[in-house]
Ligand binder design. Structure first.
Ligand code: GRF
Length: 201
């Protein structure tokens, strides 16, 4: 079994979806063994407690520099023998220093069809722009923000009747299905990254 570490800063609904998918064997070759959070009050922490998953609160403000914080994260991941790092609503940007060490082992989920609408308000940005189609992207991280080889994407239609709220609901529903699916593919080893750019499945 491979060890998954989830990084989350808030509500943690994707974290929960991954825990549930492991339980239901939708993720066949892995289990979540660790939660890392930068937010003391993240609801994700309660989810970890309930699921009996180890958790570590680790705030960059408690370290002399971002590099020291990331070094510390790296040592935690090594100590816990983590095979895959899953960013799920983690609201910090990881620097190239961290990315270099865990590049092909760290994935992120973004609530839009990258490269459209990167950033922290993707659903609202897409909705306000008036797009007719948006979606969800799961990708490996690289040195740029919301960027890196795309593993899976799923689109969904923005209906005339949609409000920002209904769209958010639909996006999250897709996320909770797509993230476990991507993790299952990665842990099965059925993929290849070509030229650090494209993922073949
Ligand atoms: C999700 O929409 C994810 O795509 C984005 O942050 C949100 C996290 O939600 N990166 P949750 O904490 O998993 O509920």
């Amino acid at each position: 079994m491979k060890n998954i570490c989830v990084f989350a800063s808030g509500f943690g609904s994707n974290f929960q979806a991954i825990i549930d998918a492991c339980k239901k064997k939708k993720i066949k070759k892995g289990h979540v063994t660790l939660l890392i959070t930068d937010n003391k009050n993240a609801y994700a922490r309660q989810r970890a407690r309930k699921a009996g998953i180890d958790q570590i609160y680790c705030n960059p403000k408690d370290f002399p520099s971002k590099k020291d914080w990331e070094k510390h994260l790296g040592s935690i991941l090594k100590k816990h023998r983590i095979d895959l790092v899953v960013l799920a609503g983690f609201m910090r940007i990881l620097s190239p220093y961290f990315v270099r060490q865990f590049k092909d082992k760290t994935i992120n989920i973004h609530p839009a069809l990258l490269p459209a609408f990167p950033g922290a308000h993707a659903i609202k940005d897409a909705f306000d722009y008036g797009v007719k189609v948006t979606g969800v992207t799961v990708h490996f991280i690289d040195e740029k923000v919301d960027h890196g080889p795309i593993i899976l994407q799923e689109s969904l239609e923005v209906k005339k009747t949609d409000s920002l709220k209904t769209l958010e609901k639909k996006i999250h529903k897709v996320e909770h299905r797509l993230y476990p699916k991507a993790i299952n593919i990665l842990l099965s080893g059925k993929y290849r990254i070509r030229n650090s750019r494209k993922v073949s499945l």
